[in-house]
Design a protein around this ligand. Structure first.
Ligand code: ADP
Length: 570
């Protein structure tokens, strides 16, 4: 453990953080027992030592003693105090100590339980007995228990104050990174980071403990002897471990690239403009961190796909938040679940919080007969959306917007509401391109089939009213036919699968019309103006397939008589 002396603090500015103030207030008010939960013993000890040895902060400077079950007390200069390993002896040492001091107990929570997991009343009694001494001694003395988890025994609930210790700030992480770069720069380490890239690397490590951040940077360095922009992904992977331990949030290791999404150029443009907007360079422009987007639209047209692609586009971790789990009695108290999810996302920020099918979590509020719990949780979410300052970018996706409470749509919650409609002719071409190119790589499977402008125009021309997921299925079905016959793919394979598919726009024409009506008033079209041209310019609004290509087959819908969402350019 690094010992920190009073002298170490002389050069430090006594800027009081919220944590400093809370610690000072509790110590000065003579709270006898404080519990701080953290895995970061060393960082906490350094922080407490800094606070209690800085006169401008605490007024009465205190000595610091750290107790470990293995060696008893050590003072802040690393000197061991003999015969204090035994817990009763340690408490007696505290009792008889006659100077101002803080006693930090590291392993003590273990002793509050007996061998069968119940409460050890001998220890509880010893702690109660020492309490008057701590409160009334001439010199102030306090005990701080430190452990990752601690269930406060009922008998001490009124006497132990529980405090949070926040994960390291960007500045602290940057200090570690700078130290590592400096220590290794004489050797083989090649640092290829500009200021922005370095900031991204530091921000990627937010949510990790200092030790974890150091480990992540060390891995990035030894990986190829080079520290560069792409190492952000490695640090993010390290961070996924933090989320894996959380029930409500799931870390999604998304490999989806923005180029894997066909069309939706208006939405993509909006997103591209906001890349890096959580970095300090955006603050120079007076820009706030973007709050998030609500993506609504026809099912299977790329809402989830785009949510996943933002993560790789912005190099930020993606957390999926299952709102319905908040209400799951097996996961715990609903309101604290909501707060816990928000707290974790903020600790990990900058990050993307993807709320899939948000309508399932928040629809039908008020009729659930749960004495207002859902409304309160919804209220917590909305006020967080409104007021959040941490860069947690919320991507909410919804199929059934009719079920969404109107408060959700009010200005100030989401930056924009986008409507993702059935793909236009141009967009279908792009979607076919994505799915054909990603699968067709083998020349023997390709045979004479070529993925060129003619192919794409032909396929797009005969798939009016098909969604992105359906277009992908058409490619897959066509490939299955060729595979089953052990031959190369032909255009006919795809034409057959198109012929055999009845798209959602036929089976659910009414629902699609009604969500488009909704979107025309409230949402912005995700499709770019130039990709909608064919609809806006034609009086019958139906895109015309190229003349030499087959006309629509009988399964196609007449749904394209109107499109959803206002046309705005970003
Ligand atoms: P939803 O809008 O219901 O969230 P998804 O994003 O889950 O739809 O789409 C399902 C699948 O359909 C995707 O994984 C992708 O393979 C395909 N798909 C849908 N839209 C597109 C698109 N615009 N570009 C490329 N593929 C798409």
């Amino acid at each position: 453990m690094r010992a920190m002396s009073e002298n170490n603090n002389k050069g430090r500015k006594a800027n009081m953080t919220k944590f400093d103030k809370e610690v000072c207030d509790l110590l000065r008010a003579r709270f006898p027992f404080i519990h701080i939960s953290t895995y970061e013993e060393e960082r906490l000890i350094n922080e407490i030592t800094r606070i209690v040895t800085t006169q401008e902060l605490i007024h009465t400077i205190r000595n610091v003693y750290i107790w470990k079950s293995s060696e008893g007390f050590t003072n802040q200069y690393g000197q061991i105090q003999d015969d204090t390993t035994d817990k009763t002896a340690a408490l007696n040492y505290v009792k008889n100590y006659d100077q101002a001091a803080v006693f930090i107990f590291l392993d003590f929570h273990v002793f509050c339980e007996n061998s069968i997991g119940g409460v050890d009343y001998n220890i509880i009694r010893s702690l109660k007995d020492i309490m008057p001494n701590l409160k009334q001694s001439i010199q102030p003395k306090n005990i701080i228990f430190v452990s990752p988890t601690f269930t406060v025994p009922d008998d001490l609930k009124k006497d132990i104050t529980v405090m949070d210790f926040k994960l390291p700030t960007a500045e602290e992480i940057e200090e570690v990174l700078d130290g590592m770069i400096e220590a290794n720069s004489g050797g083989n380490l090649n640092v290829k980071l500009n200021d922005k890239e370095k900031e991204s690397l530091v921000k990627a490590a937010i949510g990790l403990t200092l030790q974890e951040a150091e480990n992540a940077f060390a891995r990035a360095m030894v990986n190829d002897g080079c520290l560069e922009a792409s190492d952000v992904d490695l640090v993010l992977r390290e961070k996924s471990q933090v989320i894996k331990k959380n029930d409500l949030l799931e870390y999604i290791d998304s490999e989806v690239n923005i180029d894997d999404v066909g069309g939706l150029e208006n939405l993509k443009k909006w997103l591209r403009k906001r890349d890096k907007s959580w970095l300090s360079s955006a603050k120079k422009y007076g820009l706030p961190s973007p709050k998030g987007v609500l993506l609504t639209g026809v099912p299977g047209c790329g809402k989830s796909l785009i949510a996943k692609s933002i993560s790789s586009m912005w190099h930020l971790p993606l957390l999926r938040f299952d709102v319905s789990k908040v209400f799951n009695m097996y996961v715990g108290n609903s309101e604290s679940n909501m707060r816990e999810a928000i707290k974790t996302a903020e600790a990990i920020s900058p990050c993307i919080l993807w709320i899939d099918e948000i309508e399932k979590g928040f629809s039908g509020l008020g009729n659930s007969g749960d004495s207002g719990t859902s409304s309160r949780i919804f209220g917590t979410f909305l006020s967080w959306m409104q007021e959040k300052t941490k860069p947690v970018f919320v991507v909410a996706t919804a199929n059934n917007i009719a079920g969404l409470p109107s408060e959700m749509m009010r200005k100030g919650r989401f930056d924009e509401i986008f409507f993702i409609d059935l793909p236009t002719f141009n967009e279908r071409k792009q979607i076919f391109k994505v799915h054909l190119e990603s699968r067709l790589k083998d020349p023997t499977v390709m045979g004479d089939f070529v993925i060129d402008e003619n192919t794409l125009e032909h396929l797009a021309g005969i798939t009016e009213g098909f969604g992105g997921a359906e277009l992908e299925q058409i490619v897959i079905m066509g490939l299955f036919d060729a595979f089953a016959d052990e031959r190369s793919i032909t255009m006919e394979d795809f034409e057959n699968s198109i012929h055999n598919t009845i798209p959602l726009s036929v089976t659910q024409a009414e629902q699609i019309r009604s969500i488009r009506e909704w979107a025309n008033i409230r949402a912005v079209a995700a499709t770019a103006r130039e990709d909608r041209k064919e609809y806006d310019n034609n009086s019958d609004s139906t895109p015309q397939p190229p003349e030499d290509k087959p006309q629509n087959n009988s399964n196609q819908s007449d749904i394209n008589d109107s499109r959803g969402g206002r046309t705005l350019d970003f």
